[in-house]
Ligand binder design. Structure first.
Ligand code: SF4
Length: 333
């Protein structure tokens, strides 16, 4: 079972029900220019550098054909989202893809990026076609960035922050695109540079002020991370950090997502539920409840599909301590 270009809808705490587009063919392996310690997809199989060196790029025509083929899935989704098993800005056709999507649907388009290529003018130009850009930032310190995001050599945090600053100014001119900065907060069971200390939070506030986004989204790990020692930040501490951001940016700009919040979705009839479950889980491990909620499928049907996929050696279960997650077998090898 290879990965499809269009997948989902998938559950998203921030975006509700989101139809995903993957713009790099990965053969069920994770390609990224980061290898984040908190990544829900596990370790990066191929650490890639820059768009010019990436293989398996999906073309605009392929992406549009795939979307048209799954047009029935666009009904009831809140967003069409570029995300998936790789960093979407590595595909420089993404700007064209967004323009063409706008010709076939009014559903807003979101790009979730790790911000790594924001220093590039062509990447910023591509992103200006979208309705929403969610850009990740975990720290204002170069050393913490290297420890948490483990970027491809040569990618510098200062360039990322400068790029985000430039993008924010550009999008303020065209007033079409919204910029949200997503701050993933993590703690560790071991001695590891965490981004929740007072010094880290002060620095994060300082660089976020420089960037001047429309929204700031604070969240923590809620799926099994790549490194076992990484743990979620407690609700209490998240609230304290959120209060600090709110006192600087105002409550209307700051959004805090606790690990267990979710949005309700409507029921949906699946032509091939096994395929849809596999496709969903390939992008992110999910609990039973998350699968049912995401796909709008009945519990009994999801249960028998999961049993079949496990029997066929396609899925495994992992126990995070609090929840049982379903994960694709090949993504763990
Ligand atoms: S969290 Fe995102 S940016 Fe980080 S390794 Fe995973 S896919 Fe790449």
């Amino acid at each position: 079972m290879g990965l499809k270009i269009v997948y989902g809808p998938v559950p998203s705490k921030r975006l509700g029900r989101s139809l995903g587009i993957d713009v790099i063919r990965t053969d069920n392996k994770k390609n990224c220019n980061f290898d984040c310690v908190y990544c829900q997809l596990g370790h990066t199989d191929f650490k890639v550098s820059y768009p010019e060196n990436v293989e398996g790029l999906v073309t605009t025509q392929e992406a549009i054909n795939a979307l048209v083929k799954h047009k029935n899935r666009i009904i009831d989704v809140d967003y069409i989202t570029f995300s998936g098993t790789c960093e979407p800005t590595l595909n420089l056709e993404i700007g064209n893809m967004i323009k063409q999507i706008k010709n076939i649907t009014h559903v807003p388009v979101c790009v979730i990026t790790n911000s790594s290529l924001m220093e590039r003018k062509d990447v910023r130009q591509n992103l200006l076609n979208s309705d929403l850009v969610i850009a990740t930032l975990v720290t204002g310190f170069e050393e913490t960035f290297k420890a948490i995001n483990r970027p491809y050599p040569g990618i510098k945090l200062e360039n990322i922050i400068n790029g985000l600053e430039k993008f924010s100014k550009q999008k303020n001119q065209n007033k079409k695109t919204e910029l949200a900065i997503e701050i993933m907060l993590i703690e560790s069971k071991e001695s590891f540079p965490m981004n929740t200390t007072e010094c880290e939070i002060d620095k994060l506030i300082e660089v976020t002020k420089r960037i001047n986004p429309d929204r700031i989204e604070l969240l923590t790990v809620n799926r099994p991370p790549a490194e076992n020692h990484i743990i979620p930040v407690s609700d209490e501490k998240l609230k304290q950090i959120s209060d600090k951001f709110t006192s600087v940016f105002g409550s209307e700009k700051v959004e805090l997502t606790f690990a267990n919040s979710k949005k309700k979705v409507s029921k949906y009839t699946h032509k091939n539920l096994n395929d849809d479950i596999y496709s969903l889980i390939s992008r992110r491990p999910c609990t039973f409840e998350q699968i049912c909620d995401s796909l709008g499928a009945e519990n009994d049907k999801v249960k028998s599909s999961l049993e079949k996929l496990i029997k066929d050696n396609k899925l495994i279960t992992i126990d995070s301590g609090n929840y049982i997650y379903y994960k694709t077998k090949s993504a763990t090898n």
